[in-house]
Design a protein around this ligand. Structure first.
Ligand SMILES: [Zn+2]
Length: 330
């Protein structure tokens, strides 16, 4: 069910929507911009549902006929327009599904709301067609365009829409949601939140991502080898770094969270919650073998890789340097 009070982290945006409803100043057109997983659809659907709710409050009542139809996915006055994979959204899509339809009054409820998904995929002709309606929208019509970015929009479209940009959520906000609302154990919530880059959808997807778990296991193997003294074996780990060449930021991030846990145990005992709590025994095993020097050498190495990667300096070479320096540090 769609409700504003179930959406996490976008309080200001929700307040903006609720004020618009309260003051009867709902704009004719909105663009909600944000990368996949940020919650564009959820915000748009909730806004549409509350606009149509027959209780006319600032939250969905969930019991009126409109709310019930909405939740069943059969609301007659909320129209979803999707891009085709090959051609995006073309001029005919807008003409047939929007321009010819907007002048027909809502079937039952207050507004006719068009939610255009992947709106950044509208061709220029499609945008020009939409512009005709945006310039003189019928009184009962509202548009919500969902887009991952706005740089493909014509300035004339942008100037007629209220643009809502979804910012990255704080790690804490994601962690709290996973832990308190979904009942995920605290250490897992911490792990997923620290990799979500502010994107709730990404955090949720990580839970079931096999590749994420494989990457973590590979990283743990690398760290096991580094904690031993065998330099030759350590240099062989370059292969694993190469396996994640295209996702090196993720791989280095996950390595840093492991190093963070090692530092926590080393300096505080294990009083602080660990991110990799499920591998606590492995962490404890490595701690005596990894000196502060070796750990700081690794952190420096990771920073160097990140820094020089932007300058397109050979990645494998940088990994080798990091491993040699780590193994040579006492
Ligand atoms: Zn309702």
């Amino acid at each position: 069910m769609y409700r504003f009070d179930e959406i996490k982290g976008y309080e200001e945006i929700i307040q903006h929507f609720q004020n618009a409803i309260k003051l009867n100043k709902i704009s004719h057109a909105y663009i909600i911009e944000g990368e996949g997983g940020m919650g564009k659809k959820r915000l748009a659907n909730t806004y549409a549902k509350v606009m149509e709710c027959q209780a006319h409050g600032i939250e969905a009542c969930d019991v009126c006929s409109s709310c019930r139809l909405f939740d069943s996915g059969n609301h007659p006055d909320v129209i979803h327009i999707h891009a085709s994979k090959k051609t995006g959204i073309g001029v005919d899509d807008i003409r047939d599904q929007v321009n010819k339809d907007v002048y027909i009054k809502p079937y039952v409820y207050d507004y006719k709301i068009y939610v255009i998904h992947d709106a950044e995929k509208m061709t220029v002709q499609a945008q020009n067609a939409l512009l005709k309606t945006l310039e003189e929208p019928p009184i009962h019509v509202r548009f919500i365009l969902l887009a991952t970015h706005t740089h493909t929009f014509l300035p004339t479209i942008l100037s007629r829409c209220v643009v809502i940009r979804l910012r990255a959520l704080s790690q804490k906000c994601i962690e709290d949601y996973l832990e308190k609302d979904l009942g995920i154990p605290d250490y897992q919530a911490k792990l997923y939140a620290s990799f979500a880059r502010g994107n709730m959808g990404r955090a949720l997807a990580l839970r079931h991502s096999e590749s994420f778990h494989e990457m973590r296991n590979d990283m743990i193997q690398v760290m096991m080898v580094i904690s031993r003294k065998d330099k030759v074996e350590a240099m062989e780990q370059v292969e694993i770094f190469e396996k994640y060449k295209d996702e090196k930021q993720d791989f280095l991030d996950i390595m840093l969270t492991w190093i963070r846990d090692l530092m926590v145990i080393k300096s505080l005992g294990d009083l602080e919650p660990l991110i990799h709590m499920d591998n606590k025994n492995l962490l404890l095993k490595q701690v005596p073998y990894l000196s502060y020097n070796r750990i700081s050498s690794l952190i420096e190495g990771i920073e160097q890789i990140r820094k020089y990667d932007r300058l397109h300096i050979n990645y494998t070479l940088l990994v080798e340097v990091m491993l040699i320096q780590a193994m040579n540090s006492k």
